[in-house]
Design a protein around this ligand. Structure first.
Ligand SMILES: Cc1cc2nc3c(=O)[nH]c(=O)nc-3n(C[C@H](O)[C@H](O)[C@H](O)COP(=O)(O)OP(=O)(O)OC[C@H]3O[C@@H](n4cnc5c(N)ncnc54)[C@H](O)[C@@H]3O)c2cc1C
Length: 452
């Protein structure tokens, strides 16, 4: 038996863009890393949240994540969900680890803030995360999750980049369906690349000939407030104003290409119910005062629609044992993402640490989502370039990993017996889920041939 030397052993929970980058950096510093992932495959938002028209970006990032995780100092533990298969408390107090890094992302949709709305989930109301999951996976033969039927004239409540993804999915899917009725089978990716008008022209058609209502995006503030691109906190007023104006252009380009409707300064305040289903929303007008949207009383108006999609942000899932402040976790030291100190300190990184944490603000502007990156993400950049945002997420994770590594390595290493006991637990779980210790072999076993 090979002798084990004293070492640091860190568990990273969530194996995707942030988790794999952090694991790679820690392992590169001689730290033993156990990567715990709820799914069989480790690709997170890239596989399930980045719409599948980002064909190349998704495939490239799958390969990058594979490269990072296929490292001798990393033990992969798939099909293991913290909070279900393994409690957070047990991991923190029972395993004797040097540290835990939480990189499990932000997968809970922020609830639509209208009382009683959630009673209509899947009965007229759909949230963004399950909708995009369905869109990304429904062409796979083995897909057995919920089925959604995008309907013309849907309401989308949102305003950020993800809500524009939702609007694109609805417009593309309803256009494909309308073309199918005419006996035309079109390609989803072509519609996304070329835009709806351009593709319809090939058939001597125009949007109005399809006789379907476009979906409509409602945003509670002004177009120029839309969080499509980041404005650095230290931007001088003139530059900040130019960046706000650029958001108007981004939205305008997206509307011309995907032909959806838009209304600013509107907020949902009530539900319209019909036959036990959600049949639309009451919308009030708002005004922006001191940067905040204030609802104007007595301005409600019924907006009828057979589908409402809520896309108002994703937040980390609450984990029993992790203190929370509102919808985010509570930090002991947000600068390094330290959630809990003690024998096994707990850090958070990646999307878990919320989009706009101090760490992000302290980075050079290169990691923020600028106007061009937002356009490239949405497929409306003048130069035709494309972006997945994974690069900026990885760069942020890289920086977070350096801070965390600096913190951990100031502590005492674990003695060999403790390391053996941790590795015994890892093997036990790996055997239980059928993972035989070869990362590449596992990935080829759990990747369907028709994975998009
Ligand atoms: C629409 C959109 C907008 C974006 N906007 C921005 C932006 O403004 N700024 C920016 O920097 N980046 C942005 N991104 C990029 C985003 O940060 C990346 O998608 C990145 O991939 C997120 O990586 P992550 O590793 O933090 O999270 P994820 O990719 O979500 O990975 C989390 C992993 O943890 C796993 N997991 C979850 N819960 C558990 C559990 N309990 N136990 C075990 N495993 C678990 C999941 O299965 C998943 O594999 C955006 C992406 C999209 C699609």
């Amino acid at each position: 038996m090979t002798e084990i030397a004293p070492q640091f052993v860190v568990a990273v929970v969530g194996a995707a863009t942030a988790g794999s980058e952090i694991a790679r950096i820690l392992a590169g510093r001689g730290i033993r890393v156990i990567v715990i992932e709820q799914n069989a495959r480790p690709y997170g938002k890239i596989e399930d949240g980045l719409p599948r028209w980002h064909v190349k970006q998704r495939k490239d990032e799958y390969q990058e994540i594979n490269k990072r995780l296929d490292h001798p100092g990393i033990d992969f533990l798939p099909l293991t969900r913290m909070g279900r298969d393994l409690s957070f408390d047990e991991l923190r107090t029972g395993w004797g680890l040097s540290a835990i890094v939480l990189t499990h992302g932000a997968w809970r949709d922020r609830p639509l803030p209208v009382e009683g709305a959630d009673e209509f989930v899947d009965r007229g109301l759909v949230y963004q995360n399950p909708l995009i999951y369905w869109f990304n996976h429904y062409p796979e033969k083995s897909y057995s999750g919920p089925q959604y039927a995008p309907r013309p004239g849907a309401i989308v409540v949102g305003g950020g980049l993800a809500s524009l993804d939702v609007v694109k999915v609805l417009q593309i899917e309803t256009t494909l369906a309308a073309l199918r009725v005419r006996g035309i089978t079109e390609d989803m990716v072509r519609l996304e690349r070329e835009g709806i008008d351009a593709v319809l022209k090939r058939y001597q058609l125009e949007w109005r000939h399809l006789d379907i209502s476009p979906c409509k995006l409602f945003y509670r503030r002004r177009v120029l407030d839309m969080p499509l691109s980041d404005i650095p906190p230290d931007a001088v007023p003139k530059r900040a104003e130019a960046m706000r104006q650029a958001r108007i252009k981004i939205l305008d380009k997206a509307r011309r290409k995907y032909l959806f409707d838009f209304e600013e300064l509107r907020v949902p305040t009530g539900l319209i119910e019909s036959d036990g289903r959600l049949a639309g929303l009451q919308m009030n007008r708002t005004e922006v005062r001191d940067g905040r949207a204030k609802t104007i009383p007595a301005t409600e108006e019924p907006i009828h629609a057979s589908l409402v999609v809520s896309s108002i942000g994703s937040i980390p899932e609450p984990i029993p044992g992790i203190p929370q402040q509102g919808e985010v976790y509570q930090y002991v030291d947000e600068k390094v993402g330290l959630l809990m100190d003690g024998q096994t300190p707990v850090y958070a990184a990646g999307n878990v640490l919320t989009g706009k944490g101090n760490i992000k603000d302290s980075l050079e502007s290169g990691t923020a989502v600028g106007t061009h990156v937002a356009e490239a993400y949405l497929g409306v950049a003048d130069d035709g370039s494309r972006a997945s945002l994974a690069d900026s997420a990885r760069r942020v994770a890289h920086h977070e990993a350096e801070l965390i590594a600096g913190n951990i390595t100031g502590r005492a290493m674990l003695p060999p017996e403790q390391i053996s006991e941790i590795l015994r637990r890892v093997r036990e779980r790996q055997v239980a889920v059928g993972y035989e210790g070869d990362y590449r072999q596992w990935i080829s076993k759990v990747t369907p041939a028709d994975l998009q």
